[in-house]
Write a protein that binds this ligand. Structure first.
Ligand code: C2E
Ligand code: CA
Ligand code: CA
Length: 683
């Protein structure tokens, strides 16, 4: 039995490899030797017993026709028993018969199993060369083949053993070289990895060749019995290979896993120095995969993940690797590209391939991905730094929505600190470094503060007070946004309870990001929190933006309806900045419209802004909504908005967001001023 590189590729590829010079030399050498055998008629001289000879040839051919496929690192391999029987032929009747039998077997495989011509020719070449090398050893050290019974003496065994080693090594080195060139991996590294596996299976089965000869000499039918231990070896080898395969591949997708990816990147880096090319490592993360999982269930998510490999395989080269690193994260290794543009082209192709919808259980799903690219040697010469940098680039690409990004050292410090921040958020929640500041909203007519908006602040031990734009967007693509949202909502509800207990009846608004709004559990979860703190739902209001809703209107509407049914108030934030669709607005169960601060702040200088402010107020009032103006910075703003019929104002003119511990004092002070003031309209 022998391990042979053969078999179908795990996944097909459109490209055919070019004819390799090395393969050509080996093929020509083998074929010339075969030609010489035929021309010299040396087969006729061999084969003392036609029945025995015929049976052994039959086993050689059968072995080649019925190989066992074994999944291995780069491609499937085949285990065949042919070499055992052809080596038996070498001992009993000489190199000519053995070589012709193997060539015949390979030809049959070519015709009946549609193997490729190039591969078959190379196999004939390498096995013939290996057999001749072994025959050379035998003829120098022994009288084998004697051509008559007994075919060998005990004293011939050392020579036979050495011949086997030579046969095994020659075949292994030739095949490994061919394979390494084909997959562009360093020969020695590959040989080193592969030799153990080959020696275990192929070496052990070759050792049975003398036993086959002895048995056939004694009684031909007994050979059939010998098939049992040979098959056992087969199975053992296959199992060992399977175990190794499983350790290196992802169960769900059967794609190479992180371990194998590391190994391949390492190989490619070694190869790159020789070939003076670049190695490109791409990390790819599916955008919004979590939504697929959440809405359609994990099974559908799994089905989707399984389709990624085949979809990408069809546009990549045979020598490229697609690995799954876990979750919805994949890696693509291009082991040798000439320049960056070539890798960018591949990234483009990947994006386009993913643009076509995926069909999952009858549903068509659109998936987008963010890709980060790093190159060796430019961005690192070791596996870890390459992967880390591709990861940073992926992060940048996700943030920019550009689809892909090449690692740039400038991004690094920025991204590294951002990454570090993401890593600290959970702890910051536990340590209560993140809290809500409260910015009051006042009635424009009475000047009375009736509500507040909670705005997240992170009091970072090293960076000081951070505003939400510095950290909320970082959490939005991670699993952190949910715990953060719930933590902040609970903070607001708890504060509401405290204020009520102190006689302060304020509606508290909390901002909710898209991810959280699409979370089916949000309404029940908020319900639980309200119950826990014994606060009526009306005391809480959620601020959402149009763009948040537009990410997935159907689902958002579902969640909004349930929130509204629970009596939780809703405000449409940043109104005017999105693609407001009036028909949507009518269907949304909102209570409040917030005019974006950019319009309010400029309404005195910019006529367009003034028009937007005016018409938003009219629209809101006609729909029976409470209209709140943000960004009210001056008395001018305040007066104008009052005149236009706006209900409430929020902005620096009234107050900046106030730390929770200071709010009560601010509020009492304002109440006192209001009571003293003649002009109730002013703050
Ligand atoms: P937003 O909801 O539009 O919040 C109003 C922002 O305008 C706040 O910035 C506030 O400090 C600022 N602002 C208030 N009055 C004035 C004014 O008169 N002039 C000017 N120039 N600005 C004013 P902040 O606190 O930095 O929040 C930025 C954004 O971060 C918020 O915009 C909101 O979308 C988001 N955000 C804040 N807190 C949270 C939160 O707890 N969760 C989520 N998901 N997002 C939050
Ligand atoms: Ca807001
Ligand atoms: Ca706003």
């Amino acid at each position: 039995m022998m391990v042979k590189r053969g078999g179908a590729l795990l996944l097909q590829s459109g490209r055919r490899p070019r004819v390799d010079g090395f393969a050509l030399v080996v093929s020509v050498a083998g074929l010339s030797l075969l030609g010489w055998i035929v021309a010299s008629g040396s087969v006729a001289k061999s084969g003392p017993d036609p029945a025995q000879f015929g049976l052994l040839v039959a086993f050689v051919v059968l072995g080649e026709l019925l190989p066992i496929k074994v999944p291995r690192r780069e491609e499937d391999e085949e285990l065949t028993t042919s070499p055992t029987f052809s080596f038996a032929l070498l001992i009993s009747s000489g190199v000519a018969g053995a070589a012709l039998a193997l060539a015949l077997a390979e030809l049959c495989a070519y015709f009946f199993r549609r193997k490729s011509l190039g591969r078959s020719t190379f196999n004939i070449g390498q096995s013939t060369v290996a057999l001749f090398a072994a025959a050379g050893v035998l003829s120098v050290l022994s009288e084998v083949p004697r051509g008559r019974s007994p075919f060998f003496e005990t004293s011939d065994l050392p020579a036979i053993l050495l011949a086997m080693i030579v046969f095994f090594l020659t075949s292994a080195v030739l095949t490994a070289t061919w394979f390494a060139r084909r997959h562009k991996v360093p020969v020695f590294d590959h040989l080193h990895q592969d030799l153990l596996f080959r020696a275990g299976v192929a070496g052990a089965s070759l050792a049975l060749a003398p036993v086959v000869v002895l048995t056939s000499e004694h009684s031909l039918p007994l050979i059939v019995l010998l098939l049992l231990p040979i098959l056992a070896l087969y199975k053992g080898g296959r199992q060992a290979a399977l175990n190794e395969y499983q350790a290196l591949h992802d169960d769900l997708t059967t794609l190479p896993n992180r371990v194998l990816l590391h190994d391949r990147i390492h190989q490619s880096i070694l190869g790159m120095e020789r070939d003076k090319t670049l190695v490109a490592v791409m990390l790819m993360d599916l955008d919004r995969f979590k939504e697929v999982n959440d809405t359609l269930g994990h099974h559908s998510g799994d089905l989707l993940l399984r389709q990624i490999g085949p979809r990408l395989r069809s546009i990549l080269r045979e020598s490229d690797t697609i690995a799954r690193l876990g979750g919805d994260e994949f890696a693509i290794l291009l082991p040798n590209v000439h320049d960056r543009a070539a890798a960018v082209q591949v990234a483009d192709k990947i994006k386009r391939a993913l643009d076509l919808p995926f069909e999952i259980q009858g549903l068509k799903l659109n998936i987008e991905a963010s890709i980060g690219i790093a190159f060796a040697p430019d961005h690192g010469k070791d596996v870890e730094s390459l992967i880390q940098r591709a990861d940073i680039a992926m992060y940048v690409s996700k943030g920019s929505g550009s689809g892909y990004a090449i690692y740039a050292p400038e991004q690094d410090r920025h991204s590294a600190t951002r990454l570090a921040l993401v890593g600290q958020i959970r702890q910051a929640i536990d340590d209560q470094e993140i809290s809500l500041y409260y910015q009051p909203k006042a009635d424009l007519i009475t000047g009375q503060v009736r509500a507040v908006e909670g705005l997240a602040r992170w009091n970072h031990p090293e960076r000081g007070l951070m505003t939400p734009d510095d950290f909320i967007p970082l959490t939005e693509n991670t699993g952190l946004i949910e715990p953060l949202t719930f933590y902040l909502i609970e903070a607001a509800v708890r504060q509401g309870r405290l204020w009520r207990d102190a006689g302060l009846d304020l509606v508290i608004s909390v901002n909710v990001s898209a991810r959280s709004l699409l979370d089916h559990e949000l309404p029940d979860h908020i319900g639980d929190i309200l119950k826990k703190w014994n606060l009526p739902p009306k005391a809480i209001r959620l601020e959402i933006t149009e763009s948040t809703i537009m990410e997935d209107p159907v689902r958002a509407l579902e969640v909004l309806d349930r929130l509204s049914q629970k009596g939780i108030g809703l405000a449409l934030d940043d109104f005017g900045t999105g693609y407001s669709s009036l028909s949507y607005l009518k269907r949304l169960p909102v209570d409040e419209l917030k005019i974006d601060k950019s319009f309010v702040m400029h309404m005195h200088e910019d006529e367009n802004d003034a028009v937007i402010v005016r018409s938003t107020i009219d629209l809101g009032r006609n729909l029976g909504l409470e209209v709140v103006a943000e960004g009210v910075e001056t008395k001018e703003h305040w007066d104008k908005l009052t005149e236009l019929g706006c209900n409430m104002a929020q902005g620096y003119f009234l107050s900046r967001p106030i730390a929770p511990g200071e709010f009560m004092q601010w509020y009492r002070q304002r109440e006192a001023t209001l009571a003293r003031a003649d002009d109730l309209h002013a703050p």
